[in-house]
Design a protein around this ligand. Structure first.
Ligand SMILES: Cc1cc2nc3c(=O)[nH]c(=O)nc-3n(C[C@H](O)[C@H](O)[C@H](O)COP(=O)(O)O)c2cc1C
Length: 137
């Protein structure tokens, strides 16, 4: 089935502690590995931005499940397109917590989430594509 990438933005219902984030990550990793999904999750203390990669129908079902999760709300689908390659090929799910200011690509990722929240582009490129471009090898 054809490979797709999906990117969404959502607001965390309450502030997620490190322990909660790790529990979420563990759950996502285990589930995604079993359904051939890869991706990355970014959290800035109030908002999530997540990239999901996998077969189109699998992503549709997973996204439907994720949007119902009470740990977040105001889910906004930013991007859903076919892809030739996976950007996060090594990760059933990776996580970057931007509360850690030392995080790799910290400045760019903060800007990507702020632009997504505001619905604006970054140098004429959508935040979702900017995010994917940041991690393209
Ligand atoms: C921000 C966020 C990202 C999530 N990402 C994933 C994910 O990548 N894969 C996944 O299976 N579940 C993810 N979840 C959890 C799902 O919403 C759901 O709780 C979980 O898949 C249920 O797992 P279970 O069917 O094993 O009980 C995420 C939840 C949140 C709040």
């Amino acid at each position: 089935m054809s490979l797709h990438q999906l990117v969404y933005l959502s607001q965390s219902t309450r502030k997620m502690s490190k322990e909660y984030l790790l529990a979420l990550l563990k759950q996502a990793k285990a589930n995604n590995a079993a359904i051939d999904v890869t991706g990355s999750l970014f959290y800035n203390g109030g908002w999530f931005m997540q990239v999901l990669e996998g077969p189109e129908a699998t992503l549709a079902a997973l996204y439907a499940k994720i949007t119902k999760d009470p740990r977040h709300h105001d889910t906004r689908l930013l991007y859903k397109e076919p892809a030739a390659y996976r950007t996060f090929v090594r990760w059933s799910m990776n996580m970057t917590n931007l509360e850690d200011r030392q995080a790799d690509k910290y400045e760019q990722l903060v800007e990507v989430i702020e632009a997504a929240k505001a619905g604006r582009k970054i140098n004429a490129i959508s935040p979702a594509v900017t995010l994917l471009n940041l991690f393209k090898s």
